[in-house]
Design a binder for this molecule. Structure first.
Ligand code: SAH
Length: 398
């Protein structure tokens, strides 16, 4: 395939940003383009003064992030070898997961692994390639070939973002859920720290499981012994299963989705014979309120909600929701219990979140101790500020 190469100059501010390693160039920062570009064309950025090459990216005409950077140092030819080497680098960084009886983890985490707008998650013998930008569509065959060269898989599935679904409408080869290679059953099984989970790679949230919270699930397992646990926003029971594995005396999974709760139960039964597990289907805010009224108490309350702020305009509302969840959570935590509070809202900054949680706890007039805060698990490396979205904090309440 003949690559279209475009020469480009950007604003002084954008130059400084890419020289510092930032992977995005916005539409307004582009000052000169040698020719009009199409999605996936190579853009070579030249220094405004010295005219030296300072970076290479991919052109994305449909996005305000018009150029997505691939490198500021190395040559980029998008050959099979280039893909192979880059993917192998990312692959090797995740090898250690295999030693923990974990066979589901992210192999490529977008920009942070040098592939802006592209995610690849591994679930046992299956891969999900999730494309967030059409810049990768011309290279899908090479990406697939490079992936299969590194490890043998039974099946590889294509998932696409809503934007890419619109852009590829009518093209069955690029449809969301298209099988790129081999075969994939309706349900597949994978291991997380030796525990079994089932998921549907075509229909599940994210690519099928919330891989980014894996390390927190292990922490919960270590905290759960003899505890009565409430898993709020349980989805398919990630935290629930780990709490039971850690010796919880009882776990309640709470979610608004009946289907998610059924899958949570299925995952529990996949691992335990007579689990002390129950499900509550309902709105988290209302249900926690009702539980608080009944004076129901838990030794460990896990609150891991969906994203409340994907856009700037949603920040204030999201802060109110988090505050409300903490207030409710505190009421449900028994004496000497623990509250785990997480946020995956990209627009809520880490410090803003941590301060908000502590403020609400301190307002409750209960004695408390901060235990720890965590971020994304290791297969979700973060190489620039905008990539960070997940933060979790643990408090002991007396
Ligand atoms: N903790 C989970 C991931 C949570 S995903 C894990 O580790 O796998 C968010 C979940 O919140 C989804 O299952 C969704 O059904 C649920 N949800 C969304 N809004 C809700 C609400 N108002 N009340 C209860 N559950 C809700």
């Amino acid at each position: 395939m003949e690559l279209n190469r475009i020469a480009c100059k950007v604003s002084a501010a954008a130059e400084r940003k890419i020289k510092s390693g930032h992977p995005w160039i916005f539409e307004q920062a582009i000052e000169k383009l040698s020719k009009p570009g199409e999605a996936g064309d190579l853009v070579i950025i030249y220094d405004r003064k010295s005219n030296k090459r300072i970076g290479i990216g991919l052109y994305d005409p449909a996005s305000v992030i018009r150029i997505k950077m691939l490198s500021t140092t190395d040559p980029v030819d998008l050959s099979l070898t280039w893909f192979h080497e880059r993917i192998q680098n990312a692959f090797v960084k995740r090898e250690h997961f295999k030693k923990t009886f974990t066979n589901a983890y992210r192999i490529l985490h977008g920009e942070n692994d040098g592939f802006p707008g592209l995610i690849v998650d591994k679930y046992a013998d299956f891969l999900v390639v999730k494309v967030y930008s059409e810049i990768w569509l011309p290279y899908l065959d090479k990406i697939l070939e490079a992936l299969i060269k590194l490890e043998a898989y039974t099946g590889v599935l294509l998932r696409t973002s809503r934007l890419v679904q619109k852009q590829t409408k009518g093209n069955p080869d690029l449809a969301d859920g298209k099988l790129l290679y081999g075969e994939i059953p309706e349900e597949i099984e994978f291991l997380e720290f030796g525990l079994s989970f089932k998921t549907n790679l075509r229909k599940g949230h994210k690519t099928g499981h919330f891989l980014d919270q894996r390390h927190n699930r292990r922490k919960v397992s270590n905290l759960a012994k003899n505890k009565k646990v409430l898993d709020v926003f349980s989805y398919t029971g990630g935290f629930t299963v780990h709490a039971l594995a850690g010796g919880a005396k009882e776990v309640v999974s709470l979610d608004i989705s009946k289907h998610a709760l059924e899958l949570a139960e299925q995952n529990v039964l996949l691992n335990f014979k007579n689990p002390k597990h129950s499900k509550v289907c309902g709105d988290a805010f209302e249900t926690m309120q009702a539980m608080a009224k009944m004076q129901t108490k838990f030794d460990l309350v896990i609150i891991d909600p969906p994203s409340f702020a994907k856009r700037k305009e949603e920040v204030e509302m999201a802060k109110r929701k988090y505050a409300e969840l903490v207030r409710l959570g505190v009421q449900l935590v028994a004496k000497d219990g623990i509250l785990l509070m997480a946020s995956c809202s990209s627009r809520i900054e880490n410090e803003m979140f941590f301060t908000l949680v502590e403020q609400e706890i301190s307002n409750s007039n209960r004695d408390y101790n901060f235990i720890e805060k965590t971020f994304h698990d290791a297969d979700h490396p973060i190489s620039f500020p905008e990539a960070s979205y997940l933060k979790t904090t643990y408090f002991a309440l007396y």
